[in-house]
Design a protein around this ligand. Sequence first.
Ligand code: ADP
Ligand code: MG
Ligand code: MG
Length: 885
Amino acid sequence: TKWVYSFGDGKAEGSAEDRNLLGGKGANLAEMSNLGLPVPPGFTITTELCTWYYDNGRKYPDELSDQVDDALEQIGKLVGATFGDTANPLLVSVRSGARASMPGMMDTVLNLGLNDETVGAMAKLSGDERFAMDSYRRFIQMYSDVVLGVDHYHFEEILEVYKEENDYTLDTDLSADDWKEIIQHYKAAVERELEQPFPQDVKDQLWGAISAVFGSWRNDRANTYRRLHNIPESWGTAVNVQAMVFGNMGDTSATGVAFTRDPSTGVKEFYGEFLINAQGEDVVAGIRTPQNLTKASREAAGATAPSMEEAMPEVFGQLVDIYKKLEGHYRDMQDIEFTVQQGKLWMLQTRNGKRTAKAALKIACDMVDEGLISSEEAVKRVDPASLDQLLHPTLDPDAERNVIASGLPASPGAASGAVVFTAEHAVECMQEGKKVILVRIETSPEDIHGMHAAQGILTTRGGMTSHAAVVARGMGRPCVSGAGTIRVDYAAKTFTVGGVTISEGDIITIDGGNGQVMQGEVPTLQPELSGDFGKLMEWADKARRMKVRTNAETPADAETARKFGAEGIGLCRTEHMFFEAERIVAVREMILADEHDKSARKAALDKILPMQRQDFTDLFEIMSGLPVTIRLLDPPLHEFLPQSDEEMEEVAAASGVDAAKLKQRAHELHEFNPMLGHRGCRLGISYPEIYEMQARAIFEASIAAAEKTGSPVTPEIMIPLVAMKQELDTLKARIVAIAGDVEKETGKKLSYLVGTMIELPRAALQANNIAETAEFFSFGTNDLTQTTYGISRDDAAMFLKTYTEQGLIEQDPFVSLDPDGVGELVKIGAERGRSTRADIKLGICGEHGGDPASVAFCETVGLDYVSCSPYRVPIARLAAAQAAL
Ligand code: ADP
Ligand code: MG
Ligand code: MG
């Protein structure tokens, strides 16, 4: 088997197409080589090897070591050096690279191949002893941390103490001799911690690093990241070994990162940061404040340190040419890493840049205007789930703001919450339902779960490309980074800035759009839905086949949904209309009425009828011209039962029935398993008056709304929890009779549909029979998931979490429709329904209707529409378009 693919010198064995095999980084290094860009030569060990490694008890196939030796030799030939040679040593980096980019998850080792002898050769060759020693101390620290498991703080402490003792502030203040001394301390620290010396054999170093990369594929951080981003474990990571280029060879050398467009706003401006005389991750690590790339951005930031454009105009020009070439080639915004070694530019990475939803929209729309991509491509580019970030409120610009500090606008959106200082605390607060802002000096991959739990993130160190900024943008969390005037005191659990002290638990607000940090909570405004958002939605609407409706019962929700482009109501849960304070007593009267006392129930229902009629009239008016599906009552009864004595008295007074008797009745109604109990159409069969009242309210409302708006209303009446045709027959007959009554009473002709939810496996299997009566189906995939799996959603959290953690399932089936089981039933239901009634209207109204993967599934089944909560309507519109393209 070929496990190793080389690149460099204007050619490569792989290309961008080989992402699955070579990982994202390896594939793009190959592609850049093929494009003739200056890429240090190297090779990639494939992701297949990673899989092999884990399948075989963390061992390697025999042929691997020869393949690696050959590839190393080839690198050596290209750069004119030999790995481990004491006169002219080749140094390499060992870099991980999964299929999907996993920032910060995998660990890279630089300057590998240095030891006590080769470091001397490097000093001689470069004529710069300081550079050689600087590289060696970096290597010892990185290798010890990543490969040997000696925590980096050991080294940081040594360096801090040394700097303090010698009155140095910056790393660049240290001389060759200083570094030599520090190296001695470093090596001693390693020996002390591990009881063996730092490895001097370069081959040992290489294989140690390769194994560390493969090993890191299954470390906790990587596991968490994969879980959050649904990346399967089976993909594996590749390892890239690449000749080192040095950004730390003095003032004509530098290292930097850049985005071809602004990843926060999407504005078409070359954007990034660099550091002179530095290496690798110095820029993102916040060790020194990085400098701007362009003169314009330096001026905009009011910075004094020269930009790259000013400090290295020639190299900057080459970089601009390259980024343009890359963006044109990939037809997408690129995130690039580069290093300048003594005035020569080297490209170390390119990938499609992560961006905020706002930037994704703008870039997609701009690239259509620029003729780089088609509008369909633009629709495909934007992650539907990310739209969520745009649909939520921003700070009211007119509201008073008590700005106490300001940092970089690292990830847009506004958030308020109580200050917490640790990721763990953030997670605890989230579990208690509290909103928090995570405040850190800087974040590291260990903080990811806390960042996820927080409403927003505030750091006092680090730039726009710092860990906090990159991860927050990916998660859609607002983030302000590098608010340098804030002093955090972790021990005291406070931070201070400009004389103000904020303690843990105090409320602050951050605005990730402009970098402001405010004391207290600041009111917010609704999002802007025109502009690029409107444009993309228009393209999406053109591309999609399925309609998108909303689940709504209140006028406010219905209005929001319509504003977001809902094309009707797919689910109006009438029981939600019953919870209002003024109604609940009448509802309780109705439920608690003696089983055989029809007139008592009727009396209670008569009180509810006008309220329901008004509810439906409002909805029909708001959705004028669009279909509205109303589901008849489906409450688990216990949700309505009075709990306290006080509530019981209230119902007793309203109904004139003795409280003790009511209590007795409530007791009778108690169910052991309400989810599978007396609910849905079963209630309608036992107490037909309830559905009759609702049907009447619907019909009368449809007449009233049609008169008011002048456009006809065709309500879709939906019967819940049907298991068999007979239930539907019985109830439909009653509804038809009520329709007849209303027509007679009003002299108006009614138009309406009667259909059913398909939310029990039996209903899906019996769909051909049920469709004889039902004029439409709506798949209620929440209940269908419960009843198919035989799990209750309310109790599932406890064990489903373990299931996901252990990898038994990839996704919570209540979040994303299980295509294999539940989906199979949906498919069967749809097919059998159509076999009886070819034009039967089919939709889905579970929470899944707003989940992009589930929407894609619905497209494959050929449903007519999906229905979801109002805020997810745009997400569903875009997801439906992507599913159709
Ligand atoms: P990550 O995936 O965390 O970005 P990388 O493998 O890209 O990790 O490397 C970390 C840093 O080291 C980056 O700044 C990268 O540009 C730098 N780097 C990697 N390989 C080399 C090399 N051969 N020469 C110089 N710098 C390198
Ligand atoms: Mg890294
Ligand atoms: Mg990188």
